[in-house]
Write a protein that binds this ligand. Sequence first.
Ligand code: PEP
Length: 231
Amino acid sequence: MSVLIAGNWKMYKGPAEAIEFCRAFAAPAGADVVVCPPYASLREAMSSGLTVYAQNVHWAEEGAFTGEVSAGMLLELGVAGSIVGHSERRQHFGETDETTARRAERALEAGLGVIACVGETEAERERDETEDVLRRQVSVLSPHDRLVVAYEPVWAIGTGKTATPQMAQEAHALIKSLLAAPVLYGGSVKPENAEELLSQPDVDGALVGGASLDVDSFTAICETAARLSRS
Ligand code: PEP
Protein backbone atom coordinates (compact mmCIF):
# COMPACT_ATOMS: atom_id res chain seq x y z
CA MET A 1 0.00 0.00 0.00
CA SER A 2 1.19 3.53 -0.75
CA VAL A 3 2.00 5.69 2.24
CA LEU A 4 -0.52 8.55 2.49
CA ILE A 5 0.63 12.07 3.38
CA ALA A 6 -2.07 14.67 4.05
CA GLY A 7 -1.14 18.31 4.56
CA ASN A 8 -3.48 20.23 6.87
CA TRP A 9 -3.06 23.92 6.09
CA LYS A 10 -5.39 24.94 8.94
CA MET A 11 -6.28 28.67 8.57
CA TYR A 12 -3.24 29.46 6.42
CA LYS A 13 -2.90 30.18 2.69
CA GLY A 14 -5.57 32.17 0.94
CA PRO A 15 -6.14 31.65 -2.82
CA ALA A 16 -2.99 33.48 -3.97
CA GLU A 17 -0.68 31.58 -1.63
CA ALA A 18 -2.40 28.31 -2.47
CA ILE A 19 -1.67 28.85 -6.16
CA GLU A 20 1.94 29.72 -5.37
CA PHE A 21 2.36 26.55 -3.27
CA CYS A 22 0.77 24.30 -5.88
CA ARG A 23 2.90 25.71 -8.70
CA ALA A 24 6.05 24.95 -6.72
CA PHE A 25 5.01 21.52 -5.41
CA ALA A 26 5.23 18.27 -7.38
CA ALA A 27 3.97 15.16 -5.58
CA PRO A 28 6.67 12.46 -5.80
CA ALA A 29 5.60 9.30 -7.61
CA GLY A 30 4.75 6.47 -5.22
CA ALA A 31 3.23 8.40 -2.32
CA ASP A 32 -0.46 9.31 -2.03
CA VAL A 33 -0.60 13.02 -1.34
CA VAL A 34 -3.57 15.11 -0.22
CA VAL A 35 -3.71 18.79 0.74
CA CYS A 36 -6.41 20.26 2.99
CA PRO A 37 -6.64 24.02 2.41
CA PRO A 38 -9.15 26.40 4.01
CA TYR A 39 -12.51 26.52 2.16
CA ALA A 40 -11.56 29.81 0.48
CA SER A 41 -8.62 28.16 -1.33
CA LEU A 42 -10.09 24.77 -2.28
CA ARG A 43 -10.67 25.67 -5.91
CA GLU A 44 -7.20 27.14 -6.39
CA ALA A 45 -5.51 24.11 -4.81
CA MET A 46 -7.47 21.79 -7.09
CA SER A 47 -6.47 23.65 -10.24
CA SER A 48 -3.01 22.09 -10.05
CA GLY A 49 -4.34 18.53 -10.18
CA LEU A 50 -3.56 17.74 -6.53
CA THR A 51 -6.02 15.66 -4.50
CA VAL A 52 -7.78 18.12 -2.22
CA TYR A 53 -9.71 17.54 1.01
CA ALA A 54 -11.61 20.11 3.08
CA GLN A 55 -10.94 20.56 6.79
CA ASN A 56 -14.52 19.89 7.86
CA VAL A 57 -17.93 18.98 6.44
CA HIS A 58 -21.48 19.16 7.84
CA TRP A 59 -23.93 16.26 8.04
CA ALA A 60 -26.92 18.12 6.60
CA GLU A 61 -27.57 18.48 2.89
CA GLU A 62 -28.32 22.18 3.34
CA GLY A 63 -30.01 24.39 5.92
CA ALA A 64 -29.67 27.14 8.48
CA PHE A 65 -26.15 26.22 9.62
CA THR A 66 -24.15 29.43 9.31
CA GLY A 67 -20.47 28.86 8.66
CA GLU A 68 -20.86 25.21 7.64
CA VAL A 69 -20.39 23.47 4.27
CA SER A 70 -22.16 20.31 3.05
CA ALA A 71 -20.75 17.21 1.41
CA GLY A 72 -22.77 17.99 -1.74
CA MET A 73 -21.18 21.43 -2.00
CA LEU A 74 -17.68 19.96 -1.68
CA LEU A 75 -18.45 17.32 -4.31
CA GLU A 76 -19.78 19.97 -6.67
CA LEU A 77 -16.44 21.78 -6.37
CA GLY A 78 -14.52 18.58 -7.08
CA VAL A 79 -13.15 18.12 -3.57
CA ALA A 80 -12.28 14.48 -2.83
CA GLY A 81 -12.83 14.32 0.93
CA SER A 82 -12.61 16.01 4.30
CA ILE A 83 -10.94 15.89 7.66
CA VAL A 84 -13.43 15.50 10.54
CA GLY A 85 -12.99 15.74 14.32
CA HIS A 86 -9.64 17.54 14.27
CA SER A 87 -8.57 18.29 17.84
CA GLU A 88 -8.58 22.04 17.11
CA ARG A 89 -12.27 21.69 16.19
CA ARG A 90 -12.89 19.67 19.36
CA GLN A 91 -10.93 22.13 21.52
CA HIS A 92 -12.10 25.49 20.16
CA PHE A 93 -15.41 24.83 18.42
CA GLY A 94 -17.21 22.28 20.56
CA GLU A 95 -16.81 19.32 18.22
CA THR A 96 -17.63 16.05 20.00
CA ASP A 97 -17.40 12.34 19.25
CA GLU A 98 -21.04 12.49 18.21
CA THR A 99 -20.69 15.41 15.76
CA THR A 100 -17.50 13.86 14.40
CA ALA A 101 -19.35 10.61 13.75
CA ARG A 102 -22.27 12.38 12.07
CA ARG A 103 -19.92 14.35 9.83
CA ALA A 104 -17.95 11.24 8.90
CA GLU A 105 -21.02 9.12 8.22
CA ARG A 106 -22.70 11.65 5.94
CA ALA A 107 -19.49 12.48 4.04
CA LEU A 108 -18.81 8.80 3.36
CA GLU A 109 -22.40 8.21 2.32
CA ALA A 110 -22.13 11.15 -0.10
CA GLY A 111 -19.00 9.70 -1.72
CA LEU A 112 -16.25 11.71 -0.06
CA GLY A 113 -13.11 10.30 1.56
CA VAL A 114 -12.77 11.00 5.29
CA ILE A 115 -9.81 11.47 7.62
CA ALA A 116 -11.26 11.15 11.13
CA CYS A 117 -8.98 12.45 13.88
CA VAL A 118 -8.62 10.89 17.32
CA GLY A 119 -6.09 11.38 20.08
CA GLU A 120 -5.61 11.99 23.78
CA THR A 121 -4.71 15.23 25.56
CA GLU A 122 -1.57 15.53 27.66
CA ALA A 123 -3.62 15.30 30.89
CA GLU A 124 -5.35 12.15 29.64
CA ARG A 125 -1.99 10.54 28.80
CA GLU A 126 -0.62 11.50 32.21
CA ARG A 127 -3.66 9.94 33.88
CA ASP A 128 -3.04 6.78 31.86
CA GLU A 129 -6.33 7.19 30.00
CA THR A 130 -4.98 7.05 26.43
CA GLU A 131 -6.44 3.63 25.69
CA ASP A 132 -9.89 4.53 27.08
CA VAL A 133 -9.99 7.79 25.13
CA LEU A 134 -9.00 6.10 21.87
CA ARG A 135 -11.52 3.29 22.43
CA ARG A 136 -14.28 5.86 23.02
CA GLN A 137 -13.35 8.06 20.03
CA VAL A 138 -13.01 5.13 17.64
CA SER A 139 -16.20 3.40 18.85
CA VAL A 140 -18.41 5.97 17.06
CA LEU A 141 -16.80 5.30 13.65
CA SER A 142 -17.86 2.52 11.29
CA PRO A 143 -15.52 0.82 8.83
CA HIS A 144 -15.66 2.08 5.27
CA ASP A 145 -13.24 1.75 2.37
CA ARG A 146 -12.92 5.55 2.15
CA LEU A 147 -12.36 6.06 5.88
CA VAL A 148 -8.88 6.79 7.22
CA VAL A 149 -8.18 7.48 10.91
CA ALA A 150 -5.54 9.97 12.04
CA TYR A 151 -4.01 9.35 15.45
CA GLU A 152 -3.04 12.80 16.66
CA PRO A 153 -1.98 13.04 20.30
CA VAL A 154 -3.22 16.53 21.15
CA TRP A 155 -0.06 17.36 23.12
CA ALA A 156 2.03 16.80 19.97
CA ILE A 157 0.05 19.05 17.60
CA GLY A 158 1.86 22.26 16.74
CA THR A 159 4.02 21.94 19.85
CA GLY A 160 7.19 20.48 18.39
CA LYS A 161 6.72 17.49 20.73
CA THR A 162 6.38 14.23 18.83
CA ALA A 163 5.18 10.87 20.04
CA THR A 164 8.03 8.39 20.04
CA PRO A 165 7.76 5.85 17.23
CA GLN A 166 6.92 3.25 19.91
CA MET A 167 4.09 5.38 21.34
CA ALA A 168 2.69 5.91 17.85
CA GLN A 169 2.98 2.21 16.99
CA GLU A 170 1.21 1.20 20.20
CA ALA A 171 -1.68 3.61 19.61
CA HIS A 172 -1.99 2.64 15.93
CA ALA A 173 -2.05 -1.06 16.77
CA LEU A 174 -4.83 -0.43 19.28
CA ILE A 175 -6.88 1.61 16.79
CA LYS A 176 -6.46 -1.07 14.13
CA SER A 177 -7.60 -3.74 16.58
CA LEU A 178 -10.83 -1.71 16.97
CA LEU A 179 -11.47 -0.63 13.38
CA ALA A 180 -10.30 -1.86 9.99
CA ALA A 181 -8.88 1.36 8.55
CA PRO A 182 -5.51 2.81 7.59
CA VAL A 183 -4.14 4.98 10.40
CA LEU A 184 -2.08 8.14 9.87
CA TYR A 185 0.12 9.66 12.58
CA GLY A 186 -0.15 13.41 13.22
CA GLY A 187 1.72 15.64 15.62
CA SER A 188 4.79 17.71 14.70
CA VAL A 189 5.82 15.48 11.78
CA LYS A 190 8.85 17.03 10.07
CA PRO A 191 11.38 15.90 7.45
CA GLU A 192 13.74 14.93 10.32
CA ASN A 193 11.34 12.54 12.09
CA ALA A 194 9.17 11.34 9.20
CA GLU A 195 11.18 8.22 8.40
CA GLU A 196 11.24 6.74 11.91
CA LEU A 197 7.51 7.36 12.37
CA LEU A 198 6.46 6.16 8.91
CA SER A 199 8.61 3.02 9.26
CA GLN A 200 6.45 1.67 12.11
CA PRO A 201 4.45 -1.34 10.93
CA ASP A 202 1.01 0.13 11.76
CA VAL A 203 1.72 3.70 10.65
CA ASP A 204 0.16 4.07 7.19
CA GLY A 205 1.00 7.69 6.62
CA ALA A 206 0.97 11.11 8.24
CA LEU A 207 -1.30 14.08 8.76
CA VAL A 208 1.08 17.03 8.66
CA GLY A 209 0.21 20.52 9.90
CA GLY A 210 2.97 23.11 10.21
CA ALA A 211 5.48 21.34 7.96
CA SER A 212 2.93 21.08 5.13
CA LEU A 213 2.92 24.88 4.72
CA ASP A 214 6.44 24.94 3.37
CA VAL A 215 6.98 23.41 -0.07
CA ASP A 216 10.47 22.11 0.72
CA SER A 217 9.59 20.41 4.00
CA PHE A 218 6.33 18.97 2.65
CA THR A 219 8.18 17.67 -0.42
CA ALA A 220 10.84 16.06 1.79
CA ILE A 221 8.17 14.25 3.86
CA CYS A 222 6.37 13.10 0.69
CA GLU A 223 9.68 11.85 -0.76
CA THR A 224 10.30 9.79 2.38
CA ALA A 225 6.79 8.36 2.02
CA ALA A 226 7.39 7.55 -1.65
CA ARG A 227 10.65 5.75 -0.81
CA LEU A 228 9.00 3.73 1.96
CA SER A 229 6.03 2.88 -0.32
CA ARG A 230 8.46 1.30 -2.77
CA SER A 231 10.44 -0.67 -0.16
C1 PEP B 1 -2.37 18.86 12.40
O1 PEP B 1 -2.75 20.01 12.21
O2 PEP B 1 -3.16 17.92 12.20
C2 PEP B 1 -1.02 18.64 12.89
C3 PEP B 1 -0.62 17.41 13.12
O3 PEP B 1 -0.23 19.75 13.08
P1 PEP B 1 1.37 19.78 13.31
O4 PEP B 1 2.00 18.88 12.28
O5 PEP B 1 1.74 21.22 13.13
O6 PEP B 1 1.62 19.29 14.70
